[in-house]
Design a protein around this ligand. Structure first.
Ligand code: SF4
Ligand code: SF4
Length: 486
């Protein structure tokens, strides 16, 4: 018996040592335990690489930084436990079943373990292969299948999402939303649907169309020509961030190109193992930027930025797009990374007469995925009067993780609660967050805790500073000013 299997067995025994799962009592582990040979191993297309698995020396350093382990407290919901499972499935000793899949599903993909691991284990590559295997080979329950189909057929397509805006707007404005929330039946019907509903931001008029022109000239002397990715969810539900990003870039000497045919970058589908859909979205995005002759391709959302930088690997088996994907990825820069690199040239004014205490929230795919942590802080500290605070557990995921907070609402809620508490404990009067997913998650949990601390993207703060807009009576008023501007 391999170490993997022993580990799996001990995890699935109850306190008395009775075998709760493993070979014979599959029903208690999950309804789909099937030991037919086809499910006793991953399929031949890109299984988790055994050499990457063997790099793990089982030291357990990663456990304390793993958010799913912190909440669920089980070895199999930790990086080390999941690597055991991958090894076991690879070796044909553990089935790819509902029981094993639930431990892969509980992973947030936050990559904190990659940062922590002293042996350099590429858990990011391992979970990427595993998720695709799960999606191809594992049958999910009907409600879960339907929910995932709904997400993957709408979220990455701004035009399809826009068709839903009007009914969603009516749902909010007629008071139906208030009624549904007060009755609370959605949660008992489907905690996932309830989680999705609870995160629905107010629908603004700006959500219905992309207003940014295709070419926006630099102010003053042009230093760079850059492209801007609008994001699929962000352009609808937080378009002020894209507006602010354009103003900051142009004020700092950048001509900004916004290709009108651009769609989703594929980050959302990539993180959930939807391999074919991700490749299609990546090819379409590369095509939409073809011939633009840019110095850099700028993104202001961390999850998207991380995936865009992976395009070379995502399309490595595509002879037609392989080189184009590498060239594209080489130009991708997070907007903060880019601005810290080229330097701000625009004059910055204080955001209020008093010093402004703010806390920057590290998004996982920025911190662990792209190793960007210094640059956002450097930029924010250049705003006169800004005092930066650091929260406890700054590197721990907020629970957003793409659509994790919809698919795994309980774990996500606990992480959201902890993150907001840690941010508030700094005493900051404003939270800076550079990722749309974190923005939604943190805003939601602030609301649940009855707090009104505003959450703004660093580009919004720089934009106000450049334009001399002060956060007058309270910073939340500045959000209203920003939202109402066209
Ligand atoms: S820290 Fe690295 S080597 Fe140690 S258990 Fe975790 S993944 Fe394995
Ligand atoms: S990616 Fe995050 S949630 Fe998943 S195993 Fe690593 S630390 Fe844990």
């Amino acid at each position: 018996m391999s170490a993997s299997y022993e580990k799996f067995e001990s995890e699935t025994k109850d306190a008395e040592g009775t075998d709760k799962g493993s070979r014979l009592k599959g029903d208690e582990l999950g309804s789909n335990l099937d030991f037919s040979p086809s499910l006793l191993a991953f399929d031949a297309h890109n299984p988790p690489d055994p050499t990457l698995i063997d790099a793990c020396v089982h030291c357990g350093f990663c456990l304390s930084t793993c958010p799913s382990y912190r909440v669920l407290g089980k070895e199999m919901d930790s990086p080390r436990g999941r690597i055991y499972l991958m090894d076991g499935v690879n070796e044909g000793q553990i089935p790819l079943s509902t029981a094993t899949t639930q431990h892969f599903d509980s992973c947030l993909g936050c990559l904190a373990c990659v940062t922590t691991c002293p042996s350099g284990v590429r858990y990011d590559k391992l979970i990427e292969s595993t998720r695709s295997q799960v999606e191809r080979n594992q049958t999910r329950s009907l409600p879960e299948t339907l929910l995932r189909r709904l997400i993957f057929s709408t979220f990455p397509y701004p035009d399809r999402l826009r068709l839903m805006l009007r009914p969603l707007g009516l749902y909010q404005k007629t008071g139906l939303q208030r009624l549904v929330r007060s009755l609370g039946f959605l949660k008992s019907l489907s905690p996932q649907l309830a989680a999705m509903e609870s995160m629905l931001p107010p629908i603004s008029a700006q959500a219905f169309q992309d207003l940014l022109p295709e070419v926006i000239p630099a102010q003053g002397k042009q230093r760079y020509r850059v492209g801007l990715l609008l994001g699929c969810v962000q352009r609808l539900f937080n378009p002020e961030v894209n507006d602010a990003t354009v103003r900051v870039l142009t004020a700092n000497g950048c001509e900004v190109i916004v290709p009108p045919t651009q769609g989703c970058c594929g980050a959302l589908t990539h993180h959930q193992g939807q391999e074919d859909q991700t490749k299609t979205l990546a090819r379409q995005l590369i095509d939409s930027f073809a011939g633009t002759n840019l110095d850099a391709i700028i993104i202001n959302a961390s999850g998207c930025g991380h995936t865009l930088k992976e395009y070379g690997s995502i399309l490595q088996d595509d002879p037609e797009y392989r080189e184009r994907a590498k060239d594209f990825a080489a130009k991708v820069k997070d907007v903060q990374e880019f601005l810290a690199d080229v330097g701000l040239t625009a004059h910055l004014s204080p955001l209020q007469d008093e010093p402004l205490t703010l806390v920057y929230q590290d998004a996982c795919h920025m911190l662990h995925g792209q190793k960007i942590s210094v640059q956002p802080r450097q930029l924010l500290k250049q705003i006169p009067g800004v005092r930066l605070r650091e929260p406890v557990d700054a590197a721990l995921c907020c629970g957003s993780a793409g659509v994790y907070n919809i698919l795994q609402p309980e774990v996500a809620a606990e992480l959201g609660r902890q993150k907001v508490e840690n941010l508030l404990q700094t005493g900051a009067s404003l939270i800076a967050s550079a990722n749309i997913g974190c923005f939604v998650q943190i805003s939601r949990h602030l609301q649940l805790q009855g707090k009104t601390v505003p959450v703004l993207h660093p580009m919004q703060l720089l934009d106000y500073s450049i334009r001399g807009i002060q956060l007058t009576a309270s910073p939340s008023e500045a959000i209203a000013v920003s939202s109402n501007r066209t």
